[in-house]
Design a protein around this ligand. Structure first.
Ligand code: COA
Length: 317
């Protein structure tokens, strides 16, 4: 039996403050409407970090919840990988800050930069290291405070993003039931760096939305096919799609391509907006918490983001 990285717990954390579309428009004096934002993106509201909420605090709380769901303690964690484009400091890494927040005295910790694909990248790295025996357990976290890198005068971007964090706890296990990560698939194409990027290191974020949209639909469809083919699986064998939460139109297009009924596609973009590297683990945590995704289910994760970067992972829960 192969050693696999098994997701034993998931957790999410959202800032306390919620802004609906009308409140956001009013706060920043934007020439937009609730109707435009809903129709073009599916977003109705988002959470925005308050003064006391940081990438570290949100990520640490998501990690605590993932550990609690797994019945594990921070002392058991060998490695922390944090995917973020909005760290609190250039260094130390957010992962090191979270390590301290969790009271850990051992293990290793580092951040990964792959924008909205960051969680898939971080999961892939952790999976490889767990199977190579460099660690026995891992916390993989996506944590973001995009509200700190927004241009609040740019209605084409600032209505689309939100803050939050999601985390999973994994352990390398040799199991008869074949639970665990089956494969991960990563891609990047730096030739498209200029259609979605952050100016310098502190922002603001810039995006050519229509261009990104076109790449998203084709590249996500291709990487999903790649993941299925690598495992000899058909679309019918996928129980759940947990997509990156950028735009409901992209999510629905992916669901249709997979032939999945809407109730088998996890959607949080309506309430969270795009939380970048946090979006997939937040959606996963919500679906597991609600008892929708259950042990044994075949789950397909996918994301695309700045780089461009994109990727997918197939996981038997
Ligand atoms: N309110 C009102 N009008 C807005 C607006 C807003 N918040 N934002 C943009 N507009 C305007 C534009 O200025 C444009 O006006 P124009 O035609 O006079 O120039 C018009 O709406 C249409 O813009 P367009 O970009 O064609 O809209 P769209 O249907 O492509 O939707 C996005 C825009 C951004 C929602 C869409 O392109 C998208 O979701 N892209 C992908 C984004 C994404 O996934 N990013 C993250 C990847 S990680």
């Amino acid at each position: 039996m192969p050693l696999r990285s098994v997701i034993l717990g998931c957790g999410g954390c959202l800032p306390a403050q919620v802004l609906d579309n009308a409140a956001l428009a009013a706060r920043h004096g934007l020439d937009t409407s609730d109707e435009w934002i809903r129709e073009r993106s599916g977003i109705t509201r988002r959470h925005i970090a308050g003064p006391g909420e940081t990438c570290t605090s949100l990520g640490a709380e998501a990690a605590r919840r993932a550990l609690a769901q797994a019945g594990a303690t921070a002392a058991e964690v060998d490695m922390i990988v944090v995917a973020t484009a909005t760290p609190d400091n250039a260094f130390p890494s957010t992962a090191a800050h979270i390590q301290r927040e969790l009271g850990m005295e051992g293990g290793f910790a580092f951040d990964v930069s792959a924008a909205c694909t960051g969680f898939i990248y971080a999961l892939s790295i952790a999976d490889a290291m767990l199977r190579a025996g460099q660690a026995r357990t891992a916390l993989v976290i996506g944590a973001e405070v995009y509200s700190r890198i927004m241009d609040w005068t740019d209605r084409g971007t600032c209505v689309l993003f939100g803050d939050g964090a999601g985390a999973v706890f994994l352990r390398a296990e040799d199991r008869a039931d074949e639970r665990g990560i089956l494969s991960t698939h990563l891609h990047a194409d730096g030739r498209h760096a200029d259609i979605l990027y952050v100016e310098g290191t502190g922002g603001p974020l810039r995006m050519a939305g229509r261009e990104v949209f076109k790449h998203a639909v084709t590249k996500l469809a291709a990487v999903v096919e790649e993941a299925l083919a690598a495992n000899g699986l058909t679309r019918a064998e996928v129980d759940w799609l947990v997509p990156h939460q950028a735009n409901i139109r992209i999510i629905e297009a992916m669901g249709r391509k997979l032939g999945l009924p809407p109730e088998r596609v996890v959607v949080t973009v309506d309430r969270h907006a795009n939380t970048s590297a946090a979006s997939v683990p937040l959606a996963l945590a919500e679906a597991v918490e609600e008892g929708r995704i259950r042990p044994g289910d075949m789950v397909l994760l996918e994301a695309i983001g700045g780089g461009l970067t994109w990727g997918a992972a197939l996981v038997r829960f």
